[in-house]
Write a protein that binds this ligand. Sequence first.
Ligand SMILES: Cc1cc2nc3c(=O)[nH]c(=O)nc-3n(C[C@H](O)[C@H](O)[C@H](O)COP(=O)(O)OP(=O)(O)OC[C@H]3O[C@@H](n4cnc5c(N)ncnc54)[C@H](O)[C@@H]3O)c2cc1C
Length: 509
Amino acid sequence: MSRTATIAEPNPPTAEHFDVLIVGAGISGVGGAYHLTQQCPETSFVILETFESFGGTWLTHTYPGIRSDSDLYTFGYRFKPWTGAPIATAAEILKYMGEVIDDNDLGRHIRYGHHIAAASWSSAANRWTIEGTRTGTGEAFAITADFLWMCQGYYRHSEGYTPQWAGMERYAGTIVHPQTWPADLDYAGKDVIVIGSGATAATLVPAIAGDCNHVTVLQRSPTYFFTGRNQNELADTLRELEIDETWIHEIVRRKILHDQQMITRLSFEQPEFVAAELINGVKALLPDDYDVATHFTPRYRPWRQRLAFVPDGDLFQGISSGKASMVTDEIETFTERGIRLSSGEELAADIIITATGFNLSVLGDIEFTIDDQPLVFSDTVNYRGMMFTGVPNMLWVFGYFRASWTLRADLIADFVCRLLNHMRAEGATKVTVALRPEDDDMPLLPWIDEENFNPGYLMRGMHLLPKRGDKPEWQHTQDYWTEKVSLPAARLDDGCLVFEAADGGAKRR
Ligand SMILES: Cc1cc2nc3c(=O)[nH]c(=O)nc-3n(C[C@H](O)[C@H](O)[C@H](O)COP(=O)(O)OP(=O)(O)OC[C@H]3O[C@@H](n4cnc5c(N)ncnc54)[C@H](O)[C@@H]3O)c2cc1C
């Protein structure tokens, strides 16, 4: 595609135009920009980002202890070696991303403080018009693009999810969601309740427990944790041998992915065995008489939700030392002093932290229209977890639940670049996915199989997500090990992709 490929010019002449517009300067958008410069050097592109800097998730989250729960050998890009400890702080991830931007001169493509509110596709003009606001000045802007690359992540950055519990208004203390952590929150010497026991709680509690009087982790039901040292022995050995960092990155990635594949397979084939191993790992780090059955024995199969990694067992040290404790119960109501539980017990606290998750945001809360008709994503079917039936020239990045997000961001970037290069070579200016005749009777299912994976934000937001079919082309398989082969091999002439040339001729190829 090139700037000259469009067939009409209905937009004001002042609207800037790009071949590709990337939404979001998080790890996906910055990675996408890198791949475009490498694989499609003639493509003009811009990244629009609401925030005043890059990083997305790693910029938004500023609560104490914020860190990755994946290792950075696989959460890092495949093209940029990671040289630190496997689990990284947000600051370390931002530094790494900053180097990618600087080393590849990507900064000149990024427009910060540009919040997108609407995206409209015009068939007459064969392009997207993106409208929004410059956050600094409130000034409106409009940019047109041939292709939209949606790298906006999966949750609303402005606020986290806080359930509405009875009596919340009565509570005299401070309620905080980790996603909007007040920089001046003073928790020193305070009694704190953290509601929820997922990865956020596992990170936050060890980081604040030392300063608080006491931290109570209140969970409705237990979570699986796995622990280990924040160190990769293979990487350390290879470094001792003075192996080049590029090689170390690749070798360590392969080893970690190999091991993860075995664990994933085992967790499907022998879930009881994996569950017992995980629970025993936790038990070993707690006092002998600790009630592991109540607090650390989940009721779901391992991998149905993302496993929370606890580097160096720091959460369990807090529990063992008495600075933190677990309560497994339901909230009946908030009170003036704290929370009353279904058991009748009341927990008093100065601060209540609701580590209760995210609000799903399917496509950056952007209002989409196609030829002035509102686009309802839940009416579409999702092609390979990245394109939507009936939506032209647009691709969506949604990473993996069970493996690092960036593994898929890199794979998808290769696909986008291949698609764009194919279109350029063929003189096609529009690509839309469509069900084929053989898909006519295909059952249309919820986007993700609840049996397979069921985190709260997805279950709450399933009605907003597109449909899935029962064939691999119409699914986000959540399986990196299959997709690392199938996505690069996916044929552009599989019949699902309909290409059109500027003269309007359609062809499935
Ligand atoms: C605390 C936390 C820890 C995590 N740890 C891991 C981990 O260890 N491993 C892992 O694989 N995953 C992890 N995840 C999931 C994580 O979000 C993804 O892995 C990854 O960071 C997502 O990157 P992204 O670029 O796709 O999206 P995001 O990081 O969400 O970035 C999207 C960007 O798009 C911008 N944007 C959105 N809408 C608009 C709009 N309308 N206009 C303009 N800009 C817009 C946002 O401002 C943001 O900067 C974690 C998530 C959280 C919240």
